[in-house]
Design a protein around this ligand. Structure first.
Ligand SMILES: Cc1cc2nc3c(=O)[nH]c(=O)nc-3n(C[C@H](O)[C@H](O)[C@H](O)COP(=O)(O)OP(=O)(O)OC[C@H]3O[C@@H](n4cnc5c(N)ncnc54)[C@H](O)[C@@H]3O)c2cc1C
Length: 393
């Protein structure tokens, strides 16, 4: 089948790679001039890591991955440990692959290279799609220059600002979360003394996640979440200042403030938006995937992972579909994915409330529960054990 993918981010590229294993003719339309990623790091949990291995990316993925030894929750004012979970042999034997922290540009590079090499995939850069006209037997992609092209299937993988989404009925506006993320990097040479952990420092109305990323563990990635009354600039991402960052984390532990002092500028300020779960993902031969249909707050570290799961389930649904049953294959994909992604979206909102508790009884209870819960990461089994390769479609 002739398939168009709108958007060449993590979701679109994974979809192209997964679909290219069957005899489809795939075109990816990407508005940027090349494969490019904004933002520094991303955590890839085993539910998505296993899928990258299944796509034949195991060696390249392992090479770009930093595998943390522990996940540590710390208290904002003194860095004291609330809970430390070892990601040891038992985690590995339960989930088959480790938790991985990767640089986003390296992840899109290892996805993009095999996609570019596939004979049945065409990558069209600098191509801005403005809308899609979904039909029952084919769908039309409309470009910014006024031209259009018809495909048996169109997949909108064009991110939270998706232009495909309103064409299938998703006319809601993204919802501002009231928080912004400051994203910064510290060179490894400045933090050689730090353990290879994923650290979540929780404080009133804010939290900070840090982990190493990059080939040879080149940087420590810092994502500092703090309240933002409103977001008035056009762009959802802009450069931030160190002064602003310090002012938002006044009174935090001296270890943390010393970490801020080692940041290699620039730092970026990122408005955090999400949307309510979407009831209808597609019409006829058009569907959505990744942030285009289920953008979520990053507090479960699952947005990219869910896009990767979508890609695998969609490829399975289309593996033996043809032009006469393409639309019903897309509906099977949507049905298989809707409950799962809605649950992760909702949990991401709940995590914000959990991480941002102000000091007091509720916060003390939270910390106590964290500290006495059984060892391991079993609370996340429902996320990590989902298998997109075998889930019923
Ligand atoms: C602070 C922060 C931290 C995060 N941390 C994690 C994490 O640890 N783990 C995790 O799994 N996820 C994380 N995420 C979420 C993750 O970044 C997203 O879920 C993921 O990038 C979504 O991928 P996507 O391909 O669906 O969309 P995008 O990455 O937005 O890609 C969309 C692509 O479509 C292109 N495009 C858009 N419009 C058009 C158009 N009209 N025509 C042509 N092309 C178009 C864009 O240029 C882009 O390349 C985080 C997000 C944030 C903000």
């Amino acid at each position: 089948m002739k398939i168009a993918i709108v958007g060449g981010g993590i979701g679109g590229l994974t979809t192209a790679l997964a679909l290219s294993q069957n005899a489809h003719d795939i075109t990816v339309f990407e508005r940027s001039a090349g494969i490019r990623e904004i933002g520094a790091g991303v955590q890839i949990s085993p539910n998505a890591g296993r899928l990258l291995h299944s796509l034949g990316l195991g060696a390249a993925y392992s090479e770009i991955s930093v595998n943390p030894h522990r996940v540590v929750l710390r208290r904002w004012e003194d860095d004291s440990i609330i809970r430390a979970t070892d990601l040891d042999e038992s985690f590995l034997s339960q989930h088959q692959v480790p938790l991985a922290n990767v640089a986003r540009n390296e992840l899109v590079e290892i996805l993009g290279s095999p996609v570019a090499a596939r004979a049945n995939v065409t990558l069209k850069f600098s191509t801005h799609v403005v809308s899609v006209e979904p039909g029952d037997s084919s769908s039309e992609v409309i470009f910014a220059d006024g031209s259009s092209q018809s495909f048996d299937i169109v997949i909108g993988a064009d991110g939270i600002h998706s232009v495909v989404r309103p064409c299938v009925g998703g006319i809601d506006k993204p919802r501002f979360s009231g928080s912004a993320a400051y994203r910064a990097l510290v060179p490894r040479s400045a933090v050689e003394d730090l353990p290879i952990d994923v650290t979540n420092r929780m404080g009133p109305d804010r939290h900070v996640v840090s982990y190493f990323i990059g080939r040879n563990r080149s940087h420590l990635n810092l994502v500092c979440i703090s309240p933002e009354d409103s977001w008035e600039t056009e762009s959802w991402t802009e450069q931030g200042t160190m002064e602003d960052l310090y002012s938002r984390f006044e009174g935090w532990s001296s270890d943390f403030l010393s970490l801020l002092g080692r940041i290699e500028e620039p730092i970026f300020r990122w408005a955090l938006y999400d949307r309510e779960p979407l009831e209808q993902w597609g019409i006829g031969t058009t569907t959505l995937l990744g942030d285009a249909c289920h953008p979520m707050l990053p507090f479960m570290a699952q947005g990219s992972c869910q896009a990767i799961e979508d890609a695998i389930v969609l490829a399975r649904c289309l593996s033996d579909a043809n032009t006469s049953d393409a639309a019903s294959a897309l509906r099977r994909y949507e049905t298989a994915r809707q409950g799962r992604t809605a649950q992760v979206q909702t949990s991401s909102v709940m995590n914000r409330d959990l991480f941002h508790m102000v000091d007091g009884k509720e916060q003390k209870d939270r910390d106590l529960i964290f500290s006495i819960s059984p060892p391991g990461m079993s609370i996340l089994d429902w996320v990590y054990e989902y298998d997109a390769l075998t889930v019923s479609v």
